[in-house]
Design a protein around this ligand. Structure first.
Ligand SMILES: CCCCCCCCCCCCCCCC(=O)SCCNC(=O)CCNC(=O)[C@H](O)C(C)(C)COP(=O)(O)OP(=O)(O)OC[C@H]1O[C@@H](n2cnc3c(N)ncnc32)[C@H](O)[C@@H]1OP(=O)(O)O
Length: 229
C-alpha cells in the first residue's frame, strides 16, 4: 500500500524537487511556491504562522515582517525537501523519503521557526519555538536541538544559496531553554577569508534580557574541484 502510494506520488512529481539544481528565489509571496508549470510541483513554505505558534512568536513575526517592508530584511522561505537548494546535495532517486529533519515534525511538535535575513548587514535572525518532541532534561529543550538551530541560522548568515558546510561550531550554553518558549537567534557573518566564512551568534529571550547561548562557527565553501564534496 505504502509502496504504491509512494510510486504514485513519484509519478506525480510530489516526491521530487526541481531538476537541474535550479533554486527558487527567496519569496514572500505565500506559503506555497509553484516551481515548474510542466511538473506542477508545489513546495509548501513552512516559515509562516500556524495555529501552534505562541503569541510571542506571532508578535515577533509581525515585527520582522514590518522590517521587510523597506526591503532591508527578507523572510526566508523554508521547505521539507532539500532538492530546491541544490540537487547535488542529495541523490533523490536513491533516497525518495529524505527530508530536512527540522521540518519533519507535525505543526508545533518540533522545530517551529522563521528566519529573516539582512544582506547588507550580513545578519540572519531566527525566531524559534521548540516543541515537546525536542525535550532534553525534563521541561527543557535539548541542547542538540538548540545547536541545530544555531548551525542553520549561522549558515544562513554565512551564505545564502552557496554550497557550504559547517567545519566548526563552538557553543557556550549559558541557561537552559524552557520547552515551548520562544527564543531569538541572532547570527552575523563577521569575516570572510577565501572559502572560509566566520559567524558569531547568540540566543536570547524575547525581551533580550536572558542570554541562553553564545556561539562561533566556521563554514567552508565547497570546492567544486574536489569530487568528495
Ligand atoms: C539540517 C539541514 C537543514 C538545511 C536547511 C537549509 C540550510 C541552508 C543553510 C545551510 C547552512 C548549513 C547548515 C548545515 C550544514 C551541515 O550540517 S554540514 C554537515 C556537517 N559538516 C560536514 O559534514 C563537513 C565535513 N567536512 C568537510 O567536508 C571538509 O573537511 C571541509 C569542511 C569541506 C573542508 O575540506 P576541504 O574542502 O578539503 O578544505 P580544506 O583545505 O581542508 O579546508 C579549507 C580551509 O578551512 C580550514 N578548516 C577546515 N576545517 C576546519 C576546522 N574544523 N577548523 C578550523 N579550520 C578548518 C582549513 O584549515 C583551510 O584553511 P586555509 O588553509 O584555507 O586557511
Amino acid at each position: 500500500m505504502l509502496r504504491s502510494c509512494l510510486a504514485r506520488l513519484r509519478t506525480l512529481g510530489a516526491l521530487r524537487g526541481p531538476r537541474g539544481g535550479a533554486r527558487p528565489p527567496a519569496t514572500d509571496t505565500g506559503p506555497a511556491l509553484r516551481l515548474f508549470s510542466s511538473e506542477e510541483v508545489i513546495l509548501k513554505d513552512y516559515s509562516v504562522p500556524n495555529p501552534s505558534w505562541s503569541k510571542d512568536l506571532r508578535l515577533l513575526y509581525d515585527q520582522y515582517m514590518k522590517k521587510c517592508e523597506d526591503g532591508s530584511w527578507k523572510r526566508l522561505p523554508s521547505y521539507r525537501d532539500v532538492a530546491h537548494l541544490d540537487s547535488k546535495l542529495i541523490k533523490e532517486e536513491q533516497m525518495p523519503q529524505a527530508r530536512i529533519f527540522i521540518r519533519s515534525y507535525e505543526d508545533g511538535l518540533g522545530f517551529e521557526f522563521v528566519m529573516f535575513h539582512n544582506d547588507v548587514e550580513k545578519k540572519t535572525v531566527c525566531l524559534f519555538q521548540g516543541g515537546p518532541y525536542l525535550q532534553g532534561l525534563s521541561g527543557w529543550l535539548h541542547g542538540g536541538a538548540m545547536a541545530t538551530m544555531i548551525d542553520i541560522t549561522s549558515g544562513m548568515a554565512a551564505s545564502i544559496g552557496e554550497r557550504i558546510v559547517t567545519a566548526n561550531l563552538n557553543i557556550d550554553f549559558k541557561r537552559p531553554v524552557p520547552l515551548y518558549s520562544v527564543v531569538v537567534i541572532n547570527s552575523q557573518l563577521y569575516k570572510a577569508e577565501g572559502r572560509k566564512l566566520f559567524v558569531s551568534c547568540d540566543v536570547r529571550s524575547v525581551d533580550g534580557k536572558t542570554l541562553y547561548a553564545e556561539a562561533t562557527s566556521l563554514f567552508v565553501k565547497l570546492d567544486p574541484e574536489k569530487s568528495s564534496t
